[in-house]
Design a protein around this ligand. Structure first.
Ligand SMILES: [Ca+2]
Ligand SMILES: [Ca+2]
Ligand SMILES: [Ca+2]
Length: 192
């Protein structure tokens, strides 16, 4: 995408985010599983959108899955749209300190940064993955790697990764409307 189109897309994304709903902005298939990138919102906003699309925030089952998704949509990722951190489907919102995958899967893979999860301020129940150089909770060290952190529900500046259990859904009516808006703006700009 050229920069002009990218700017217009970002502007329209901003307009569309006046509602609290996150939106599906990119998709990919990896190892036979479909994933999507959801625009910024709180963990609960993004998870609600993931469910409405037929998935959940991603369950990370392996370092390979984590590395692929963050390498695409995380900081310095290769996709057109990236976030410095990405919500994943790991939470202790039901019982503090008892982290579970929202999909119901029982993956035991975790990659918390050193001293995380720390439940800072007593209200951190939602996990993101971010770029990390330093120690991990398991004692190992990474350089330009990935680490997880539990964060507050009030944080709404990052997107999330949805993992679909079946096929990627057809674009919703609101997504189609959004794409239509993009087309109109692009056509108008080209016409000038
Ligand atoms: Ca997974
Ligand atoms: Ca907590
Ligand atoms: Ca934390």
């Amino acid at each position: 995408m050229n920069n002009l189109v990218k700017s217009l897309f970002a502007f329209l994304l901003l307009l569309s985010s006046t509602s609290s709903n996150a939106a599906l902005i990119d998709t990919v298939t990896w190892n036979g599983t479909n994933y999507g990138l959801l625009s910024a919102g709180t963990w609960l906003d993004v998870q609600a959108e993931a469910v409405s699309l037929g998935g959940n925030l991603v369950t990370i089952n392996s370092a390979a899955e984590q590395d692929f998704l963050f390498g695409l949509w995380g900081e310095d990722g290769t996709a057109d749209f990236t976030f410095f951190a990405l919500w994943i489907g790991y939470t202790d919102m039901v019982i503090d300190g008892d982290f579970q995958w929202i999909s119901g899967e029982s993956s035991s893979f975790t990659q918390f940064a050193v001293n995380e999860p720390n439940n800072d301020g007593g209200d951190e129940d939602y996990v993101w993955m971010q770029k990390w150089t330093g120690q991990l909770a398991n004692g190992s060290t990474v350089t330009d790697g990935i680490a997880w952190n539990d964060a507050s529900i009030s944080y709404n500046l990052i997107g999330g990764v949805v993992e679909f259990t079946a096929n990627v859904p057809s674009p919703s009516v609101s997504s189609l409307f959004f794409l239509m808006l993009c087309s109109i703006v692009i056509v108008r700009v080209k016409a000038k």
